[in-house]
Design a protein around this ligand. Structure first.
Ligand SMILES: Nc1ncnc2c1ncn2[C@@H]1O[C@H](COP(=O)(O)OP(=O)(O)O)[C@@H](O)[C@H]1O
Ligand SMILES: [Mg+2]
Length: 211
């Protein structure tokens, strides 16, 4: 395998039920079968600490105020970068992360109404100033996401129990955030999983080849 100067950090973003985890799994399968050094990870919950934090924010079995909720995600992110992301970048991996900092900005900023400037600053601090090289945005309507969450047949997380108005704020947030960026790959999440994966894979490979 050819050694690279550095790795490639790819985040996958979108609302619950948009198809992020399906896409992440498919990308990892196709990129690794093409012989590329790929690593699948996620926020929250990729580390031992993160597993506990993920259960806290998803189950919400006690009152958790919006600031505390954000800081639990931030703690997960700090540990994720220290333990997984930074070492994998140094090893020259293609890192596919199922959600990252933009989810906090959108869910806790646009969704819960916390100060977006503060979230951006703390996110950057937890990430040692590193940002994703590419973000894959899987865009679906709230209706499609809702149907898929029901069909997925898993226990709902605290976020999947939120009202429709919250989900609409998330869609507005993701749209606004990514419209202002040049390194976002917009995927029409209403398409088939194969179509979405092929499209995202092409963008990742061209960024990888350009490194
Ligand atoms: N492009 C797609 N078309 C139809 N169904 C999909 C698509 N992508 C994912 N699904 C299904 O929708 C549900 C939610 O997908 P998932 O990948 O878990 O979403 P997320 O990780 O964004 O919450 C799953 O049951 C999955 O099989
Ligand atoms: Mg998922």
């Amino acid at each position: 395998m050819v050694s690279r100067k550095k790795g490639l950090l790819v985040s996958i973003e979108g609302i619950d039920g948009s198809g992020k985890s399906t896409l992440a799994a498919s990308l990892v399968a196709t990129l690794s079968s093409a012989g590329l050094p790929v690593l699948l990870t996620k926020e929250p919950g990729a580390t031992q600490l993160g597993t506990i934090l993920r259960a806290l924010v998803q189950k919400k079995e006690m009152p958790i105020c919006s600031k505390a909720e954000y800081l639990l995600f931030a703690a997960d992110r700090a540990q994720h970068f220290e333990q997984i992301i930074i070492p994998a970048l140094e090893q020259g991996k293609i890192i596919i992360s199922d959600r990252m900092a933009d989810s906090s900005l959108v869910y806790q900023g646009y969704g819960r109404g916390l100060d977006k400037t503060m979230i951006t600053q703390v996110n950057s601090w937890t990430m040692n100033g590193i940002t994703p090289d590419i973000t894959i945005y899987v865009k679906v309507s709230a209706q499609t996401a809702f149907k898929r969450i029901i069909q997925r047949n898993a226990e709902f997380t605290s976020f999947e129990k939120e009202q429709a108005a919250f989900i609409e704020r998330l869609i507005i947030g993701f749209d606004e955030l990514f419209a202002a960026r040049t390194n976002t790959v917009w995927c029409d999440g209403e398409q088939t999983p194969e179509h979405i994966s092929d499209y995202a894979e092409r963008s990742i490979i061209s960024s990888w080849n350009a490194l």
